[in-house]
Design a protein around this ligand. Structure first.
Ligand code: GP9
Ligand code: MN
Length: 615
């Protein structure tokens, strides 16, 4: 043992430092808590299993290569740790492999990323910098020796066996019902159980498996899916059928707007005065939950246009843009509509250029269609008011009926806005993000008001139905303390789930509207719209149900595995009674959990298998 250490000082030092660093970061940054001593031991040892294998492989290399290999491995592991630490700070999620292809979006992300970086982050790399320095200065002392497998099998085997023992150990402490499908999208759970590095091994496995799925899928795969859909199908409301036949459809994605701002005031000033007024004469859904995954805005677009679930890993716009879909724009085009999307961002962002065409948009009015510059930009890009003004110039000339999808941008994290555009003062709480969020939401509200006035002026208002939806959460869980100050109550699991609600407003000029408290999500938008427009559901494959249906079950499943019905909440393997907010028997949630798991499972299967090509 001693000779081994003497011969491999460099490897031993790197291994021990990386292990310690991984433990500290995983424990404190990812906020992992363990429930018993066995879990703690597993958690502490976990990173070693991966590192033993990777470092053992290095031992076989010639000394010169080995030195660089160890340094590179340490650097790569540090990068993995650091990027996840930064991402987790705001989004309380782990970066998955398909998200790496999204890094093409990095240029536009810069405003968001800078907000998350701290000067002391350089400490994440202090050890690697030190190693590099030592290699240069203390090369003699930092021994590196090649291990010849033929002569020293035992050394290599010892490493591999130790790794296997650790992996085996993490299987000992299994929960009662280990392989629920929920776990495959509970990344925090996976990291706690298997460690960050092994998570990537698992993620790579899932990646390959799902990539292969399209090759082996066949028409028969539909049978079970049809059965599932038929079982939960609720007929659309006949009274609402066709009430908006041949009207134009304007759908507006409200960037990061959550339901908690609706109807709220600060110092007597409403945060969303226009939306509040509009809700008074619209159908409003206060129990409408965010079902997006890592593809955020684009996942929301996917949901409302396909009535299928976005994926649990990465953005479906990125990973499956070649698939066959039955997009809402496509359907409307068949009905004689002209279809267009408006968004003042680069056309390739989120692969929209490809996905929009795939889903059936005739045109995409992206960044280059707008006059952008001077003082009409802030944060991520063009300010909403100008965006709507300039969009209107195109929209006015559209042939009717049309389906126009407009995506706002100003209310995007980190919620920057010039003083002169503040229609309300920032909030004052412990979170700058929440404080700044209030004026940017208010600004978008103003932009919507002006747009609606323009629609009236252009004579288009009466002939159009409007759908507004909050695309996804705006204030991440990491700001729950400030959210507690805002709402004047503690944010427990129940309240946290309620905060996953985003507004859905369906405005049909000439109709009074009403508030409908059905529990729902974006997956329900497409069937609802089809019915309002008088378009038959068949042959559309839809996981949602008409929001006006008398027979619809109150039900929503989110991509983090949370499920909500009228009576229960199922969150993180606990079943809560909604009325009391208290945990109750897990059995009470069995039926909804089963439905939820199959829902996303089948939807994922359609996407991974590209099953719509068989239709
Ligand atoms: C980018 C915009 C914002 O074009 O839609 O995307 P997000 O970061 O909210 O997913
Ligand atoms: Mn968004």
């Amino acid at each position: 043992m001693r000779t081994f250490v003497n011969n491999h000082r460099f490897m031993m030092i790197c291994l021990l430092t990386m292990w310690l660093k991984t433990y500290i970061v995983s424990k404190f940054v990812f906020n992992v808590s363990t429930e018993n001593i066995l879990q703690t031991i597993i958690f502490v040892l976990n990173p070693l299993s991966f590192m033993f294998i990777v470092f053992a492989f290095g031992l076989l290399m010639k000394a010169h290569f080995q030195r660089w290999y160890i340094l590179t491995v340490s650097l790569l592991l540090s990068i993995a740790l650091y990027s996840n630490a930064v991402y987790f700070r705001e989004f309380t999620d782990i970066i998955t492999l398909p998200m790496l292809v999204m890094s093409g979006n990095a240029g536009d992300l810069s405003t968001s990323v800078f907000e998350l970086i701290r000067w002391y982050d350089v400490l994440f790399f202090a050890d690697v910098i030190l190693f590099a320095y030592l290699i240069w200065k203390k090369r003699e002392w930092l021994t590196v020796t090649q291990v010849l497998y033929k002569r020293n099998k035992k050394v290599i085997l010892a490493f591999l066996v130790s790794a296997l023992v650790i992996i085996g150990l993490s299987q000992v402490d299994r929960p009662e019902n280990p392989e629920t499908m929920t776990h495959s999208f509970d990344r925090e759970w996976l990291v706690k159980r298997y460690g960050l590095y092994n998570f990537y091994v698992y993620d790579a496995f899932i990646h390959t498996r799902t990539a292969a799925q399209a090759l082996f899928s066949e028409e028969d795969d539909w049978d079970d899916i049809h059965d599932h859909l038929a079982q939960h199908r609720a007929p659309a409301n006949p009274e609402m059928q066709g009430v908006a036949s041949d009207k134009n459809v304007v759908m507006i994605s409200l960037e990061s707007i959550e339901s908690f701002v609706i109807g709220e005031s600060i110092n007597g000033e409403e945060i969303t005065p226009y939306l509040n007024e509009l809700i008074g004469e619209s159908y409003y859904f206060p129990n409408f939950y965010d079902q997006t995954g890592q593809g955020k805005t684009s996942d929301a677009e996917f949901l409302v246009n396909t009535s299928m679930y976005p994926l649990g890993r990465g953005a479906v716009f990125h990973t499956h843009s070649d698939n066959e879909y039955m997009g809402l724009p496509d359907t409307l085009r068949d009905e004689g509509y002209y279809t267009a999307a408006f968004h003042a961002n680069d056309r390739t962002f989120y692969n929209r250029d490809i996905m929009y065409e795939n889903m059936g948009y005739d045109d995409y009015f992206s960044q280059s269609y707008y006059d952008i510059g001077g003082d009409n930009t802030v944060g991520w890009g063009m300010k909403d008011i100008e965006f709507f003004e300039q969009s209107m110039e195109y929209l006015k000339d559209f042939s009717e009926p049309f389906y126009a999808k407009l995506l706002t941008l100003t209310n995007h994290f980190p919620y920057e806005l010039d003083e002169e555009d503040h229609y309300i003062d920032p909030y004052s709480s412990s979170s700058d993000i929440l404080n700044r969020y209030i004026p940017t939401v208010r600004y978008t509200d103003e932009a919507i008001k002006l747009f609606m006035e323009d629609m009236k002026e252009a004579g288009l208002y009466e002939e159009t139905i409007f759908v507004f939806y909050g695309d996804h959460y705006g204030i991440a869980e990491s700001h729950n303390e400030a959210m507690g100050e805002f709402l004047g109550k503690e944010i427990d699991v129940f309240e946290n789930t309620q905060l996953a609600r985003v507004p859905l407003i369906i405005h049909i000029p000439g109709q009074e509207g009403e508030e409908l408290d059905t529990v729902a999500g974006k997956v329900d938008v497409k069937p609802t719209l089809l019915n309002l427009l008088g378009i038959p559901e068949w042959p559309h494959v839809m996981f949602g149900t008409d929001l006006f249906s008398e027979q619809r079950e109150d039900f929503v499943v989110m991509r983090n595995g949370t499920i909500v019905t009228d009576d229960y909440l199922y969150v993180g393997e606990t079943c809560y009674e909604k009325e009391t907010g208290e945990p109750t028997l897990l059995e009470s949630c069995d039926a909804m959990r089963e439905r939820g798991e199959w829902e996303v499972f089948y939807s994922d299967n359609i996407i991974y298998g590209d099953l719509l090509r068989f239709r």
